[in-house]
Design a protein around this ligand. Structure first.
Ligand code: MLT
Ligand code: MN
Length: 311
């Protein structure tokens, strides 16, 4: 089946969303006031489909319920109870990647795909038992091995998917110490998703602590890349008085700077480069910011909720 991949950003913000509930910073105030240059964004998630009817959602953001209601293609279309959502793919066990699973607890059949590490976190947390095992299948995905994504009825979605490890971090609430090796986590704690259909490749990487040569090789030639845009500068949360942590400490590379995302992608040829998982402190959220102009000059787009990113 020659599927035409469809992909739509459900949420473009990092954990906390934009505006964040307890932020009174100027950007969040602009977003609340309905300023057109500061569009609100829900927490990061991407919907993908091979037929435009049945969908898979990458990451279950705490805003998932709102994201479903905002997109008519995710509304039930058949019978009294149904959903076009056939599966959820998880890139990590952070709150902003898994909490939304709790919205899906109404005895609807779907499949949760994730690494052994991430599915282990769900298994160890009894609250996820609300997703009844006789309805919701959990499928452990091996890293670096492509597989055909299937609908609940077993039919092929036409999408081929591969999860791959990226430099990242164990989930904040699972930190046991501050030794760098422990914080960095183990393979499968932070993954990227590669989706292939019809000769196109889309990569979704909402968290990445640094660029590596293997990652560059994987990115090269992709049609669309959605990449970690959490912070503009590594110490931006500290400088703005918002928190004690650098981006690096949170497992995110910054967009600017010599080790940043813009610099890292200069010698990587990809079709579309789009920043996602953007923290409310990042000035790229504001259409009129100088940082936004720099991104444009560098060929980067900034994701927003509802953005169509089909290859
Ligand atoms: C992150 O992306 O660093 C996490 O979502 C942070 C968090 O869990 O709040
Ligand atoms: Mn996050």
């Amino acid at each position: 089946m020659a599927a035409a991949m469809k992909a739509v950003v459900l949420g473009a913000a990092a954990g906390g969303g934009f505006p964040q509930w307890n932020s009174n910073a100027e950007a969040c105030r602009r977003a609340r006031a309905g300023d057109r240059g500061a569009a609100p964004r829900t927490q990061a998630s991407l919907a993908i489909s091979g037929d435009g009817r049945r969908w898979f959602v990458i990451n279950a953001s705490p805003d998932l319920r709102q994201q479903i209601e905002a997109r008519s293609f995710l509304h039930p279309h058949q019978g009294l109870r149904s959903s076009p959502i056939e599966g959820m793919l998880l890139t990590g066990a952070d709150v902003d990647a898994i909490a939304g699973l709790l919205h899906l607890r109404e005895r609807q059949a779907f499949t949760i795909y994730g690494s052994a590490r991430v599915l282990g976190v769900l298994k160890d947390n009894p609250i996820f038992g609300v997703l009844a095992a006789d309805c919701v299948r959990r499928e452990t995905v091996s890293l670096d091995r492509a597989f055909a994504l299937r609908h609940v009825d077993g039919s092929d979605s036409g999408l081929e998917v591969e999860l791959f490890d990226v430099p990242g971090k164990v989930a904040l609430y699972l930190e046991t110490g501050d030794a760098p090796a422990e914080l960095a986590g183990r393979p499968g704690d932070t993954v990227g998703v590669e989706v292939r259909a019809n000769g196109h490749r889309l990569l979704y990487i909402p968290g990445c602590a640094r660029m590596t040569e293997p990652l560059k090789r994987r990115l090269a030639g992709a049609s669309v890349v959605l990449f970690d845009g959490t912070l503009w500068q590594d110490d931006e949360m500290i400088r703005l008085g918002l928190g004690p942590k650098t981006g690096q400490r949170m497992g995110h590379m910054s967009v600017s700077g010599s080790d940043g995302t813009i610099a890292a992608f200069r010698d990587v040829a990809v079709g579309r480069k789009i920043l996602v998982h953007i923290n409310n402190s990042n000035p790229i959220l504001l259409d009129d910011s100088p940082e936004r102009r720099i991104l444009k000059e560098e060929g980067w787009e900034v994701a927003y909720d509802g953005m169509e990113v089909s290859p």
